[in-house]
Design a protein around this ligand. Structure first.
Ligand code: HEC
Ligand code: HEC
Ligand code: HEC
Ligand code: HEC
Ligand code: HEC
Ligand code: HEC
Length: 351
């Protein structure tokens, strides 16, 4: 830990453009590994006096990553009610919440939905995180929850993929094998206060649903005779038109295609950029990432919005968890499923 802090301080002194560590490839080994578990005569990883299997600076790989990343851009964060700026994937801090249930009577202790439903649980005991208490493996697939960590999804030794995501091949030293490549996408800067906005957002270009399927199988795919919501398929002209016109419950036909993009309800398209504002054509794809964030959110099932409230302003009220901001900032705003399926039509505005 001391060593990691020293490296970070050195990086920061060198100035922002040099604030690189992975540098699109393998970073210097001792940012994460220790050869003797000893420096200046003291243990580098005091938790493992006999060292650990991968000679890491902390017993669990995810603790190694968080130790640095919480200093750079707060991947985890400290207070679930005051999350760090959103960069795309969402912060893991919501896993520490006691209750996420904003449905009717969600505040009653018997109805609580604990924080482990906020998203992907990491085995990072050094930061108070443990495997999911309910899900023992990835729904739709077989990836075990007991070993889920940063390196299940990101390559610790770097690669040329978007956010170093693991591509086809073995992950975690052969613990599992991915059969689908990393998604095509471009991310916003992870540094500084700049957060996701309608003009500064991940450009999802393709392949995300197939990538999630590395662990979740054909979940939410109309395959194997299962009837599920489409993912990784074209949204078609009718739904694209609804998306482009929809500008909130109070302006259901008020939008125009050139500015219809909603970062809270993204679609995949090769033409997306981190600053693009255009809505989809019929070829745009509905994707897992349309409804979920990759790390965690303050809604159950890592929802980009809370799927269990009628009006978005009800989010956080029963549970006292963080309220996901309503992009339309209107008390009458209903579920963001309406962006693609306008079912608000005929809505009587109660506010
Ligand atoms: C960002 C952190 C990080 C850096 C930097 C890093 N490693 Fe690793 N390394 C890991 C983690 C974590 C594992 C455990 C396997 C896993 O979780 O994927 C690992 C596993 C290994 C393994 C055993 C399993 C395998 O994948 O072969 C070797 C060997 C290894 N690292 C060598 C190196 C060398 C050599 C360097 C420098 C050139 C380096 N590592 C840099 C994090 C890192
Ligand atoms: C010694 C500090 C340090 C450690 C340890 C570390 N990182 Fe990083 N990480 C950085 C810095 C600095 C950046 C930003 C510059 C860069 O990309 O090199 C970064 C960037 C990243 C990015 C974003 C790359 C992009 O496209 O912008 C990912 C993803 C990432 N790290 C994952 C990991 C994972 C997973 C681990 C643990 C296996 C880890 N990091 C361990 C310092 C660290
Ligand atoms: C490396 C394997 C892996 C990948 C890749 C992966 N997941 Fe998961 N996912 C899991 C496991 C294991 C669980 C169950 C444990 C947990 O929830 O922490 C899970 C749980 C979930 C949950 C339920 C969370 C809860 O507790 O209710 C959602 C939603 C989810 N994943 C969505 C996604 C999406 C969307 C993607 C792609 C962006 C994705 N996953 C990629 C392994 C993976
Ligand atoms: C289930 C897979 C999964 C796990 C586990 C995971 N990540 Fe990610 N991560 C992603 C994906 C996918 C993205 C791109 C998300 C987007 O832009 O929508 C991402 C984005 C990032 C970014 C870019 C900034 C941001 O918030 O979008 C960083 C840095 C990062 N991850 C680090 C980590 C670290 C550190 C850990 C462990 C503490 C971790 N990730 C665990 C899948 C994962
Ligand atoms: C990015 C656009 C998009 C979003 C957001 C979206 N859907 Fe869909 N949905 C589609 C498309 C495309 C289809 C398939 C074409 C159709 O039936 O209109 C579909 C089909 C459906 C169907 C019919 C299933 C079938 O096979 O006929 C239901 C029900 C549905 N969606 C519900 C929802 C709900 C509930 C939400 C919010 C949790 C949601 N959708 C969010 C694009 C979207
Ligand atoms: C149209 C929105 C939408 C899309 C697209 C979508 N999901 Fe979901 N997902 C939901 C909702 C809503 C739930 C809550 C449970 C339900 O409605 O079945 C959920 C629940 C989940 C869960 C938790 C299941 C459990 O048993 O706890 C996982 C895992 C998951 N989704 C993964 C995925 C993956 C992987 C994809 C892409 C293949 C995906 N989702 C695409 C809306 C969506």
């Amino acid at each position: 830990m001391k060593k990691v802090l020293f490296i970070l301080v050195a990086l920061i002194i060198m100035g922002t453009p040099v604030l690189a560590f992975h540098d699109q490839g393998v970073a210097h080994c001792n940012g994460c590994h220790t050869m003797h578990n000893s420096q200046d005569g003291a243990l580098v990883d005091p938790d493992s006096p006999l060292g650990n299997a991968y000679l890491l600076t902390d017993a669990d790989p995810s603790d190694v990553c968080i130790a640095c990343h919480d200093h750079i851009e707060h991947t985890l964060g400290t207070d679930p009610l005051a999350p760090p700026p959103l960069k795309g994937a969402g912060n893991f801090v919501y896993l520490l919440e006691d209750n996420l249930n904003d449905g009717h009577n969600g505040g009653l202790a018997a109805n609580w939905i604990p924080g482990d439903a906020a998203g992907h649980n990491l085995v990072a005991p050094g930061h108070g995180l443990a495997a999911d208490a309910t899900l023992t493996s990835a729904p739709g697939g077989s990836f075990p929850a007991s070993v889920l960590g940063c390196t299940s999804c990101h390559d610790p030794h770097g690669n040329a993929n978007f956010r170093f995501l693991n591509g086809i091949g073995g992950v975690q030293d052969g613990l599992a094998t991915f059969t689908n490549p990393a998604p095509t996408a471009a991310g916003i800067s992870i540094f500084g206060p700049g957060a996701e906005s309608q003009t500064n957002h991940t450009a999802y270009q393709g392949g995300m649903s197939a990538w999630c399927a590395n662990c979740h199988g054909n979940f939410h795919q109309e395959a194997g005779g299962r009837l599920e919501h489409p993912s990784g398929s074209a949204i078609g002209g009718t739904v694209a038109n609804t998306y482009n016109l929809y500008n909130g419950t109070i302006a259901q036909l008020g939008g125009v295609a050139a500015t219809a993009y909603l970062a809270e309800v993204p679609f995949e398209a090769a033409t997306n950029t981190t600053t693009s504002t255009a809505g989809p054509s019929g070829a745009g794809q509905v994707s897992c990432i349309t409804c979920h964030r990759a790390h965690a959110t303050s809604a159950p099932d890592a929802g980009r919005w809370d799927f269990s409230v009628t009006f978005l302003h009800e989010d956080g009220v029963e549970s006292l968890s963080y309220q996901i901001p309503d992009p339309y900032a209107n008390l009458n705003q209903r579920s963001l499923c309406n962006k693609c399926h306008n079912k608000d039509a005929g809505d009587i505005n109660p506010f």
